[in-house]
Design a protein. Structure first.
Length: 398
C-alpha cells in the first residue's frame, strides 16, 4: 500500500525530503511562533499572548477562541491587508441574531487548499477521470470552484453538477457524461443512487455533512467500493483532513493546522479519546486562529497509519450540537432501500414525516416503524424524475 498523498504534499510545501513525527512537531512549533510574532508586530487579536512558546505542550496554556469571538471580532483577527483578501465567507451564527462569522482567505490560502484537495482526490481520481462535483458553486475561490480546479490539475474532467439538480437532470448527467467518480454530501449521494442508479460511478468522496453509519454502508453497498470521507471547515480553509487508501481515518494537514481534543472542561485529552476538536491554523495567511473550538466531536486515532504515514488522523466527525434525534432518524430510516429522502417536523412534541420512496413496499415498511416510534403522521410520496422538493438535503426541524 502506498503512503498517503498528504506526506508528499507536506514535503513539497515545506521543502523537506521525508515526513516524520519529529519533523511535523518542528514545523508546527516554528509556524506557531511565527504567528505569535506577527500578532505582536501587528497588534492583532492575539497580541496579548506570549510572543514565543518553547514547546507545543505550552499551547494548552493559551486561552480558547470561540465561535462568538470569530463572529464579533473576526475583523481584528486579520493579519494581512484588505487588498490581499481573495475570498470572504460569511455565515450567520446558529441560534443568534447578532453578527455572523466572517472567514477571510488570501490567494495563498486558496492555493494551499487546492493542493490539499489534489492530494485527497488524487487517491482515487486519475488523469482522464470524469468527476461529478455536487458541491455548492458560489463564484471565484468558492468550495465547488476549488474542488474543480484541483480535479483539472490532476488531469481529470470536473462536471460542475452543483447541489440543486432535479433527479431527472442528475439521471441525464449520469447517462450522457458517464462520470466514474463523485464528490458531494453523503445523503444527497445516497438519494441519487437510489433514485437514478449508480450508472458508471465507481468511487465517491463524501464531505460537508456527518455521514451516519447506515448511510455510509448503504452507499458502499451500491457502489461496491469503500467511500473516501474528507473533513474540512471554513475556519481551516475549507479543507482539513483527507482519507488514504487504508481507509482508517483522515490525515490532517498538520503543516497548516495543530489539532487538540478536549473534554467538556477544556482539558486536553490523549490520542484515542473522544472529545471536541480544537484547531490552531498556523498555515492560514489571512486569519490564523489559535485554539479555536470547532464544535465538532471526534478523536485522534493513535499510532502510525498502516499506509506508513505518521501524519495524525481524525476518526469520524460529527457536530456536538447535532440533534441526537436527527442522527437516530437517519440510522432508522435509511436502512430501507426504497427510501430516497425525507423531512420531519415536530407537532405538539410528536414527529410528522414526509418521505419520498421509489416503491410502495417502502411505504409499508416505514409505516410499521413509525407506529412503534409514536410518529403521529406520515405522508409518503412516490419519487418522480422532476421532484426536487426533498433534494439534495433533507429538511429536518425537531
Amino acid at each position: 500500500m502506498k503512503r498517503s498523498n498528504i506526506d508528499a504534499m507536506i514535503c513539497k510545501q515545506e521543502r523537506i525530503t521525508d515526513i516524520t513525527r519529529e519533523a511535523i512537531n518542528k514545523i508546527q512549533l516554528d509556524k506557531l511562533n511565527a504567528v505569535l510574532k506577527r500578532e505582536k508586530e501587528r497588534e492583532g487579536f492575539y497580541r496579548n499572548l506570549p510572543e514565543r512558546l518553547e514547546s507545543l505542550a505550552d499551547l494548552k496554556a493559551l486561552p480558547f477562541t470561540t465561535e462568538s469571538d470569530l463572529a464579533q471580532k473576526g475583523g481584528r483577527m486579520l493579519l494581512c491587508s484588505q487588498g490581499e483578501i481573495q475570498r470572504i465567507i460569511s455565515e450567520q451564527t446558529s441560534g443568534t441574531t447578532g453578527a455572523g462569522k466572517r472567514v477571510f482567505y488570501t490567494e495563498g490560502d486558496c492555493e494551499h487548499t487546492i493542493e490539499l484537495f489534489m492530494a485527497g482526490l488524487g487517491e482515487f481520481i486519475y488523469p482522464g477521470s470524469r468527476t461529478m462535483v455536487a458541491m455548492p458553486f458560489s463564484g471565484p475561490f468558492g468550495l465547488g470552484e476549488l474542488i474543480a480546479e484541483a480535479i483539472r490539475r490532476i488531469g481529470a474532467h470536473p462536471l460542475l453538477t452543483g447541489n440543486s439538480k432535479t433527479y431527472g437532470e442528475l439521471k441525464t448527467i449520469l447517462e450522457e457524461e458517464q462520470p466514474d467518480t463523485y464528490v458531494g454530501m453523503p445523503t444527497a449521494l445516497l438519494s441519487m443512487l437510489r433514485m437514478c442508479g449508480k450508472g458508471s460511478i465507481k468511487r465517491a468522496l463524501v464531505s460537508g455533512d456527518a455521514c451516519p453509519e447506515t448511510v455510509m454502508k448503504e452507499i458502499e453497498k451500491i457502489l461496491g467500493t469503500p467511500l473516501w470521507p474528507h473533513y474540512g471547515s471554513r475556519e481551516m480553509g475549507l479543507g482539513g483532513a483527507i482519507c488514504c487508501q487504508a481507509h482508517e481515518g483522515m490525515h490532517m494537514r498538520e503543516n497548516h493546522c495543530i489539532t487538540e481534543i478536549i473534554d467538556k472542561e477544556g482539558n486536553v485529552l490523549p490520542d484515542g479519546q473522544w472529545g471536541e476538536l480544537v484547531i490552531t491554523t498556523i498555515g492560514m495567511e489571512a486569519q490564523p486562529l489559535i485554539r479555536y473550538r470547532t464544535g465538532d466531536h471526534t478523536r485522534i486515532i493513535p499510532g502510525k497509519c498502516i499506509c506508513g504515514s505518521e501524519v495524525r488522523r481524525l476518526d469520524f466527525v460529527r457536530r456536538i450540537d447535532q440533534s441526537k434525534s436527527m442522527r437516530e432518524m437517519d440510522e432508522l430510516l435509511f436502512q430501507f432501500p426504497e427510501l430516497v429522502d425525507y423531512c420531519v417536523r415536530s407537532v405538539g412534541g410528536k414527529k410528522e414525516i414526509t418521505a419520498l420512496f421509489t416503491s410502495d413496499n417502502g411505504e409499508e415498511l416505514i409505516r410499521n416503524v413509525c407506529a412503534e416510534k409514536n410518529i403521529i403522521s406520515l405522508d409518503c410520496r412516490k419519487a418522480e424524475w422532476s421532484d426536487r422538493a426533498l433534494y439534495p438535503a433533507k429538511r429536518i426541524i425537531l
